[in-house]
Design a binder for this molecule. Structure first.
Ligand code: CP
Length: 327
């Protein structure tokens, strides 16, 4: 069993081994129980984490912030709109100046694919990728998989249909890679203009343009919204046509297996990729995903910033701490 992550930063889901993902699941399980009891161990006391969100966010930013504060750390949030970026300061100069404030890590969201990796080359601090363009959103994929792992325990033999705007979705990329690592079967579904071909390197096992044909195969459906902010020109005739072909309606949900689950990373466009009764229905895990996002971010932050403390939290009765022996 591993005791820590191999890399100082979390830039992508594809870089995680199965053992690392299972290590984070184990930590997230314990953090979730501690979160529900409101007995979070103070593993980030004395640590400051700088949150650089160059793109809008509700869930990711606030889940990270909740995790940091509950673990006893301090969250510094940089907001580009009222920063000196407006006066012409560059992204790299901004990073260097924020680094001079001595944070222990950066959490970065940016509209450019590769932004987190790029910034990681100019700082010695760990970087957590909170979503970079159409590339990756590793903490989202980890919390989505954690949500399914709580239901299933294992991924072998499970089929997940990811439906919607896969072409522009970092959530689809990270989830596909992570679910494959865990042994699940992944199907991409959507109109041809929004689904890369099977030969692309996204890693789906199957691609289909008919949701109706794969509903009965799915153990879980992950719905994605149309990401108009990342489309240069219209790629579907209209939202209502998209909803007609690919929206998860009550009628379609009825054709799923009885124990199939429904996920959505948010924000939800009700009536487009999913109807309100399905989003709010008994099989929807949408709000559980949000709560699990706090526990998973606690696991990620502790693993990167206090692996010795995390080991003690995971092994409370052990006298030997292999992390502290090697630090
Ligand atoms: N799932 C997700 O990334 O949501 P936000 O954009 O609100 O952070």
């Amino acid at each position: 069993m591993i005791h820590r992550l191999r890399t100082p930063s979390l830039l992508s889901a594809s870089s995680l081994s199965k053992e690392e993902v299972e290590f984070l699941f184990r930590a997230a399980h314990l953090f979730l129980e501690a979160f529900q009891r409101n007995e979070i161990p103070p593993l980030l006391v004395g640590k400051t984490i700088s949150q650089l969100f160059f793109e809008n966010s509700t869930r990711t930013r606030l889940a990270f912030e909740t995790a940091i504060r509950k673990l006893g750390g301090a969250a510094l949030t940089f907001t580009p709109n009222n920063s000196s970026l407006a006066k012409g300061e560059s992204l790299l100069d901004t990073l260097k100046n924020l680094e001079a404030l001595k944070p222990d890590a950066f959490i970065v969201r940016h509209s450019a694919s590769g932004a987190a990796l790029h910034l990681s080359r100019f700082t010695s601090r760990p970087i957590i990728n909170a979503g970079d363009g159409t590339h990756e959103h590793p903490s989202q994929a980890l919390l989505d998989a954690f949500t399914l792992e709580k239901k299933w325990g294992r991924f072998e033999g499970k089929t997940i249909v990811i439906v919607g705007d896969i072409l522009h979705s970092r959530v689809a990329r990270s989830n596909t890679r992570l679910l494959r690592t865990l042994g699940a079967h992944v199907i991409h579904c959507g109109p041809a203009s929004l689904v890369p071909p099977l030969s692309s390197n996204l890693g789906a096992h199957e691609v289909t343009h008919s949701l109706d044909q794969v509903l009965d195969k799915a153990d879980a459906v992950l719905c994605l919204r149309i990401q108009r902010e990342r489309q240069n020109s219209p790629v579907i005739p209209s939202l209502s046509e998209f909803a007609h072909g690919y929206g998860l309606t009550a009628a379609r949900a009825q054709r799923l297996k009885k124990d199939a689950w429904i996920l959505h990373p948010g924000p939800v466009n009700r009536g487009v990729e999913i109807t309100p009764e399905v989003a709010d229905g008994a099989r929807s895990l949408i709000l559980e995903q949000v709560t699990h996002g706090v526990a998973m971010r606690m696991a990620i932050l502790s693993a990167l910033l206090n692996p010795g403390g995390l080991w003690r939290f995971l092994n409370p009765t052990s006298d030997i701490n292999p992390i502290e022996r090697t630090l």
